[in-house]
Design a binder for this molecule. Structure first.
Ligand code: GDP
Length: 384
């Protein structure tokens, strides 16, 4: 660009002193432009296309995202997931009756679907936790969930340490939507214990379920109470990244809105309703309709945009860089400790193993008088 700029300066000088005719000025201009383009070409190495190369490669490879939903049954988890991704992931689900639920413990189910949008493929996995919070005694009912998250980390750690690291499938849980009941007064002890057990392992995004059962004032109050309680009990939920100072105002406002909306008050629906000549996903009541995607009715759209459009990659990055790194560091630390302990154990064993000692027999003594200790020791070893 430097030589291009200097030629433009020359052209300005010529035109201001009226020494050139109009046609000669435009000729100079065009030749300046051409030579500056040639200069640009010469100085252009091509690494500016790197983002395009990365983009092409990622699109070809496809994306994978694993979302976990946790919370008491009946809070609308499956309905919300279907509404979020406009799919029917639970078409063969069997809802247990009260009697069956007494005996049932928490188990983990996983549904995977391939979704394609404008040529971009997403392998979406939904991990559900039926039975959570259903038992009479729910002590440690989050253990299954915790174990599942650890198992995925373990599998990834093994794959990463193996010989063929080319096609590792990432099944790590990138986000956990934790459903909070709208009927209680803030968090229940089970919510506190479960979130505390999981917050170092997964990105927790709390949601206030069935928000259509609350008035706007109640939603505001409940959100505030839940936020206070999470702070009081030291629950670390997913933190939205801070905006760069040069980010545009609209983006900053959107990020602030997301932070202020925690926990997201959501409404789900599996059916389309019709009102005022419009069809939409909603819930029909005798007194009116609730539209799932209407920002005045719920935070559903905010949550979906966050999960899909704006923060999916960040959720994956935090999983990889923070949660998995913690697990990996812990694993390596444990392995090192085990190796050190094993070495110590061997050393102790070696020192306690009876070294061949001279036999103080007549023969032994005879040897002793004749020869060296070495001879004597090898003799005694042979004897033993
Ligand atoms: P899950 O057991 O947590 O997966 O809950 P489901 O998705 O099966 O929903 C349980 C019941 O709650 C069903 O009758 C749903 O129609 C209803 N439901 C789901 N989402 C909502 C919601 O946002 N508001 C209300 N009022 N009901 C809901």
């Amino acid at each position: 660009f430097y030589s291009g700029q200097s030629q433009f300066a020359l052209f300005c000088e010529g035109s201001s002193t009226q020494r050139c005719t109009r046609s000669s000025v435009s000729c100079v201009f065009i030749s300046c432009l051409l030579s500056s383009l040639q200069d640009m070409d010469r100085e252009y190495v091509g690494f500016a296309t790197l983002p395009n190369q990365v983009h092409r490669k990622s699109v070809k490879k496809g994306f994978a995202f694993t979302l976990m939903v946790a919370g008491e049954s009946g809070l609308g988890k499956s309905t919300l997931v279907n509404s979020l991704y406009l799919t029917d992931l639970y078409n063969n689900r069997k809802v247990l009756n009260a009697e069956e639920r007494i005996a049932q413990t928490v188990f983990i189910t996983k549904h995977t679907v391939g979704i394609e949008e404008k040529g971009v493929r997403l392998r979406l996995s939904i991990v559900d936790t039926p039975g959570f919070g259903d038992a009479v005694n729910n002590t440690e009912s989050w253990k299954e969930i915790e174990d599942y998250i650890d198992q995925q980390f373990e599998q990834y750690f093994r794959d990463e340490s193996g010989l063929n690291r080319k096609n590792i499938q990432d099944n790590r849980v990138h986000c956990c939507l934790y459903f909070i009941s709208p009927f209680g007064h803030g968090l229940r002890p089970l919510d506190v214990e479960c979130m505390r057990a999981l917050h170092e392992k997964v990105n927790i995004v709390p949601v206030l379920a069935k928000a259509d059962s609350l008035t706007p004032t109640e939603v505001r109050r409940k959100k505030m109470k839940i936020r206070e309680e999470m702070e009081k009990f030291g629950i670390n939920i997913y933190q939205f990244p801070d905006c760069d100072f040069d980010e545009d105002e609209e983006f900053k406002q959107q990020e602030q809105l997301l932070k202020d909306s925690i926990p997201f008050a959501v409404i789900g629906s599996n059916i389309q309703v019709e009102s005022k000549g419009r069809k939409f996903r909603g819930r029909l009541y005798p007194w009116g309709v609730v539209e799932v995607e209407d920002p005045a009715h719920s935070d559903f759209l905010l949550l979906r945009n966050m999960l899909v459009k704006t923060h999916m990659q960040d959720l994956k990055d935090v999983t990889r860089e923070t949660h998995y790194e913690n697990y990996r560091a812990q694993c390596i630390q444990n392995m090192t400790r085990m190796v050190v302990q094993e070495r110590k154990r061997r050393l102790v064993l070696d020192t306690h193993t009876e070294l061949p000692r001279p036999i103080h027999t007549k023969v032994g003594l005879m040897y002793n008088t004749f020869g060296t200790t070495v001879v004597l020791q090898s003799f005694s070893a042979q004897k033993e």
